[in-house]
Design a binder for this molecule. Structure first.
Ligand code: IPD
Ligand code: CA
Ligand code: CA
Length: 276
């Protein structure tokens, strides 16, 4: 006989909602497209340019309009979720889900018309102070490539599965990096590079952290590291690289290192920030 379950154990009415990851991905993708439209619309005629953390850290009306478009769509469809956007969106929410948005990653490229900038959107679950990435979307605004990942279900580029390179020896590794906006950080980052560059195949620096992580996911580059980032720079791309088989870890308090597992082991001690 099946043991009866006491009624008191069942609370169907108040059961926490398990998020449907595919519908979150769908919303993230549509929101990225909405942001991308605003950014494309202003390309070549950028207004409202000013600077933020340093004279080399620009922001423009395109960044702000992109974030407005992304946030408007997410708010309309999931009004109770939290938001964290580079251009000022910051809401706690009540669902335990948080959307992390970089409306325009690669602003310097955008201002010069260099076709390497992206909209980056991640949705994360925040439980007991721990963060669990659920989905990530990076839209390459120029090529219209859409990089996506769903936790536990792999990473894709326009629907095709992505795989990071592995194995790759250090001397054969094409390594991407980027530089912070503060002069003293750049001095330290350049010094580290003088030691690293002679030991690897070459360095690439494309000016968009989100796209660099997607390049690792797509095997277009073997590794990416950068040690002074903000969470919106990497939240989506890190999940995409990880779901493509890369090992992705923190680098110092604010950075990431992403590479296939073997190369990650070799690179970790070489790119760790020294604090000098
Ligand atoms: C920057 C880009 C760049 C990286 C910087 C980021 P932004 O983001 O990702 O590649 O080197 O550290 O701040 O300012 O273009 O959104
Ligand atoms: Ca960024
Ligand atoms: Ca940005």
């Amino acid at each position: 006989m099946t043991p009866s379950i006491p009624e008191t154990d069942r609370d169907v009415a108040n059961a926490p909602q398990t998020p449907d990851l595919w519908s979150l991905l769908d919303l993230a993708t549509r929101a990225a497209q909405a942001g991308g439209i605003e950014i494309r619309r202003r390309l070549g005629n950028v207004t409202g340019v000013s600077t933020k953390s340093s004279d080399t850290d620009p922001v423009s009306d395109a960044d702000r309009a992109g974030e407005r478009a992304v946030v408007e769509l997410i708010r309309r469809e999931r009004p109770q979720d939290g938001l964290l956007g580079e251009e000022g969106s910051n809401e706690d929410g009540t669902t335990g889900l948080r959307w992390v948005i970089d409306p325009l990653d690669g602003t310097v490229n955008y201002l010069y018309g260099i076709p390497c900038f992206a909209v980056s959107i991640a949705c994360e679950q925040v439980t007991d102070g721990r963060v669990y990435p659920l989905v990530g979307v990076v839209l390459d605004v120029t090529s219209q490539e859409v990089f996506t990942a769903v936790r536990g279900s792999g990473a894709h580029l326009d629907g095709k599965p992505l795989r990071a390179t592995e194995p790759v020896g250090l001397q054969d590794a094409l390594v991407a990096t980027g530089f912070a906006y503060l002069p003293e950080s750049r001095r330290r980052q350049a010094l580290l590079l003088t030691e690293l560059l002679p030991r690897i195949r070459d360095i690439r620096t494309r000016g968009s952290a989100a796209l660099e992580l997607c390049q690792v996911a797509a095997g277009r580059c073997d590794a990416y590291y950068e040690d002074e980032l903000k969470v919106w720079d990497w939240a989506a791309g890190a999940l995409i690289a990880q779901e493509a088989g890369a090992t992705v870890t923190a680098l110092g308090p604010d950075g990431v290192l992403a590479a296939g597992p073997g190369l990650h082991r070799d690179l970790a001690p070489l790119v760790a920030p020294t604090g000098t």
